[in-house]
Design a protein around this ligand. Structure first.
Ligand SMILES: NC(=O)c1ccc[n+]([C@@H]2O[C@H](COP(=O)([O-])OP(=O)(O)OC[C@H]3O[C@@H](n4cnc5c(N)ncnc54)[C@H](OP(=O)(O)O)[C@@H]3O)[C@@H](O)[C@H]2O)c1
Length: 187
């Protein structure tokens, strides 16, 4: 069974989004997101990023599609030909996306990791799925005005000690403290 990881940054008040974008401005956190979702051991492969329609269009125009990753957008209303660039895939839901990747051997063999990058309902479906391996969480230790929130993390996740690619020191930027942690779903 093909599995995926979730990556999310969340504030003390569980906010993840505000007015279509992120509630905060943290360059080093964006760099961590970019490096983590791009990282491959096999340089002939690349990773997949799966996101909801609003998350895709919330990414600044100059940065989307996210570079060096296969971008897949979940939507039941978008028209692929007129609203998304050719290299971006459109899928109706998360499970259909996973089955599509599983059934396409050429595509599957070109992929190393699959990352679920938001928003709220995609995170909810992803965290509840048996396909979910790990949650990569950035805990932002301040509250921010938000209009999109992280759904409750199910109880079957436990914190693990990650590899050296996940900094364990407290991060500080613009007087905001944050830390990276990794949870793994119990089998
Ligand atoms: N802090 C973080 O780590 C983080 C990560 C991601 C996003 N965000 C923020 O969160 C906000 C966007 O999140 P959001 O929750 O409002 O929207 P979203 O999940 O990105 O997009 C919602 C839309 O995506 C489609 N969709 C979502 N789940 C689906 C599913 N399971 N199956 C089929 N289609 C699905 C639907 O599109 P249709 O209506 O077209 O069917 C739905 O209306 C933005 O502010 C963004 O910046 C933050």
């Amino acid at each position: 069974m093909l599995k995926f990881n979730v990556i999310v940054a969340v504030s003390k008040n569980f906010g993840i989004g505000f007015k279509g974008g992120l509630p905060w401005k943290l360059k080093s956190e964006l760099r961590y997101f970019s490096e983590t979702t791009k990282r491959v051991l096999d340089s002939t492969k690349r990773n997949v990023v799966i996101m909801g329609r609003k998350t895709y269009f919330g990414i600044p125009l100059s940065n989307r599609p996210l570079r060096n990753r296969l971008n897949i957008v979940l939507s039941t209303t978008l028209n692929k030909a007129s609203e998304l660039p050719e290299e971006v895939l459109l899928q109706p839901n998360l499970e259909a996306t996973m089955k599509f990747l599983e059934d396409n051997n050429t595509l599957k063999s070109s992929i190393e990791n699959i990352w679920i990058i938001g928003g709220a309902s995609v995170f909810k479906e992803a965290m509840a799925s048996k396909r979910c391996h790990r949650l990569y969480i950035t805990e932002i230790q301040s509250s921010f005005e938000s209009d999109v929130f992280l759904p409750k993390i199910p109880n079957d996740f436990q914190q693990i000690i990650p590899g050296p690619e996940v900094p364990q020191r407290l991060q500080v930027e613009n007087c905001v403290c944050f830390n990276y942690k990794v949870l793994e779903k119990r089998q």
